[in-house]
Design a protein around this ligand. Sequence first.
Ligand code: NAP
Length: 248
Amino acid sequence: MDSNKRTAIVTGAARGIGREIAISFYKKGYNVVMNYAGNDKAAEETIRLCKESGDGNIISVKGDVSKEDTARALVDAAMNEFGAIDVVVNNAGITKDTLMAMMKTDDFDRVIDVNLKGAFLLTQKTLKPMMKKRYGRIINISSVVGVHGNAGQVNYAASKAGLIGMTKSIAKELAGRNITVNAVAPGMIATDMTDSLSDKTKDQIKSTIPAGRMGTPDDIANAVLFLADEKSGYITGQVLMVDGGMGM
Ligand code: NAP
């Protein structure tokens, strides 16, 4: 147990943005509790990359964030191993895209369950230790799509807009207890999630980004680290767009 360090839980940290967030915390010397859904190989790779990059601690908890048991297991792991929870990053997310007219109810429900209910379940379970400590940083990974909407992503946009409403509401509830709650809204970031898009679609999207390039997981991790910092304690209920100007 290393209880002198800050402890961060990061969901969906086996790949993409979550992996980079976990590595960034680890590099800064945090205790990291990483979660992922099922890709053991990718999770092992995240742990390997962490260990070659700094002097933090890392443990992993496999499980579906939409299940209450996973939230409980993450909180128990953090408390048993490190004795505290200082930062929670609700990053795990999925897409099941299609036009509204064709969208299956199951696909609507699943995206809401993982992207929105998952953040609710974990955040709720971390409040007790955070309130006791009178310290906390909760960061929800939303999306530019949650702010502006997107054709073919009704379920995803609803989940990401829901995260923004949830962020602001919890921020109001907890501001007096030294717990901040913010959202980061990435634009188009190069990960497995966007890799399946055709080159034509990528080029079309890129033409709408004033910065002229897709973002990297590192761009998002830097914003998350900033909001997680002790010195960011007067920033709460905000949505930080990290999108190269896409959503202006
Ligand atoms: P990604 O590359 O597809 O990685 C997703 C991660 O989430 C994986 O580690 C996956 O675990 C995990 N995950 C998926 N479903 C889960 C579940 N039910 N329970 C626990 N973990 C689960 O995605 P990404 O691009 O890094 O996206 C990360 C977050 O940023 C998401 O919330 C996404 O909506 C948001 N975002 C991404 C972009 C973008 O352009 N990429 C833009 C805006 C917002 P396994 O590895 O085990 O499958």
